[in-house]
Design a protein around this ligand. Structure first.
Ligand code: NAD
Length: 431
């Protein structure tokens, strides 16, 4: 089949190269961002994602994937079109569906009748119904819409797609189901077929459950600090219970990224607008907002004034393995320090270029960890990249003017740091 994909971000591009990789279908990806398409045509990935460069190069060379800004060319003879554009949050917390509607309008204009439109972007329950009505109202042709939410995690996106733990197909007809099963030929993953509304809800319920788990651990970690328990021992003890599971039990400075923050707010908004309050999700959002500033609040207790003080921020991206800074806790913390006139030196192995677009010359971008640490009086660890986790107490002692480390990702051994004379704070841990 001929498959088109609208949007070449983390989801669209990875989906495109993975479908192309299976070798059954021809893929064409389209984006409104000219620079992105130019790079992709030169086999350069516009995003940082493990294994993506190799997949991209191989599939372009094989001729199984192509890239264009020309929507007509992409859509006109496609049998299936995936929509993988952004659904960012609006100021009221609801999901902004404008990007999806723009793609839908172009599909109505350029695509052939009978083409299956598949919404991969995360959208509120009822959106597939709404978009189907919208496309069909714009054209004499007939289109069916299906939901196929995406569950990949940035940093492991290729593996998560090729070896998906599940593929959810939200369909309203046998024809849509058959076409999507054909698309996923070669993927060795369980396929779950539901109606469109359940598929849309599965995505939000899954993401929000993970966000809730993180906020729950933040909450328990905060209580551990007060009552003298250790969150890592607590998490270990909890992890042996299969009903709880061992993942997502790490305490830290909360979640960020392009999904959890907006998806919790969107589900909360959807619930409220239907006259129901999702109290669990409301709590998860509130806890996370407070947790993001835990380190600087703690440092405030030790430091009278940040005015002119050299401070160091290690790790900028919202998690390791990605260059994505959307909703990264580092951003609110750096803003906090800028407002207090600190001299802020930062280091991140892949996130520096994206950070320059946010803070420009308000902060100093160092080429390596030692330069960022040198002469600083406080170090804030925001992301647990391997090179940051691997730092020894000696590196802090040798390079910092005053060895104070505020560790938002519990990277180091508490006893070792304290015994070596470092003022060390981490989340929910005791000596
Ligand atoms: N990033 C993730 O980890 C992840 C995981 C699962 C689901 N999702 C969901 O998938 C969707 C996409 O997320 P993302 O992170 O890939 O977004 P992204 O911002 O990385 O990429 C979106 C792309 O769509 C392009 N675009 C916008 N309008 C367009 C149009 N009219 N035609 C063609 N392209 C257009 C943009 O230029 C951009 O390149 C969102 O709804 C998100 O919630 C994301």
């Amino acid at each position: 089949m001929k498959v088109a994909i609208a949007g070449t971000g983390y989801v669209g591009l990875v989906t495109g190269v993975c479908i192309a990789h299976m070798g059954y279908h021809d893929v064409v990806c389209t984006d409104i961002d000219k620079d992105r398409i130019e790079k992709l045509n030169k086999k350069i990935s516009p995003i940082y994602e493990k294994d993506l460069d190799e997949f991209l190069e191989r599939e372009v060379d094989r001729g199984s994937i192509s890239f264009t800004t020309d929507e007509k060319k992409a859509y006109e003879d496609s049998d299936v079109i995936f929509i993988a554009v952004g659904t960012p949050e609006r100021t009221d917390g609801s999901a902004n569906l404008e990007y999806i509607k723009k793609v839908a309008k172009s599909i109505a204009k350029y695509s052939k009748s009978g083409c299956l439109v598949v919404i991969k972007s995360t959208v509120p329950v009822g959106t597939n119904d709404e978009i189907e009505k919208y496309i069909n109202s714009k054209s004499e042709k007939v289109f069916e819409v299906a939901s196929n939410p995406e569950f990949l995690a940035q940093g492991t996106a290729i593996d998560d797609t090729i070896n998906a733990r599940r593929i959810v197909l939200g369909v309203e007809s046998e024809d849509a189901k058959n076409k999507l099963e054909e698309i996923y030929k070669g993927f060795n993953s369980p396929i779950i077929v539901t109606n469109r509304r359940s598929a849309e809800m599965i995505k939000y319920a899954s993401n929000d459950f993970l966000a809730l788990k993180i906020s729950y651990m933040s909450d328990i970690a905060n209580l551990c600090e007060i009552v003298g328990a250790d969150i890592e021992e607590v998490a270990l003890g909890m992890s042996y219970d299969d009903r709880i599971g061992a993942k997502f039990l790490r305490a830290g400075i909360g979640y960020g990224g392009s999904c959890f923050p907006k998806d919790t707010k969107a589900l909360h908004w959807l619930s409220n607008s239907n006259g129901y309050e999702l109290k669990t999700i409301k709590a998860a959002i509130e806890i996370n907002e407070a947790q993001k500033l835990k380190l600087v609040r703690e440092a405030d207790k030790d430091i009278d004034s940040f005015e002119g003080m050299k401070v160091c921020v290690l790790g900028l991206t919202y998690k390791p393995g990605t260059d994505d800074l959307r909703e990264a806790p580092s951003i609110v913390n750096i803003k906090y320090l800028i407002e207090r006139n600190a001299e802020i030196h930062v280091f991140d192995p892949v996130g520096m270029n994206n950070m320059k677009k946010i803070f420009g010359d308000k902060i100093i971008y160092d080429d390596n960890i030692k330069d960022a640490l040198r002469g600083s009086e406080a170090c804030f660890v925001m992301t647990e990249w391997k090179e940051i986790r691997d730092l020894t107490p000696e590196i802090f002692l040798e390079n910092m003017k005053v060895p104070r480390v505020y560790d938002g990702r519990n990277c180091y051994d508490v006893d070792e740091m304290l015994d070596k004379g470092i003022k060390y704070y981490s989340i929910g841990r005791t000596r």
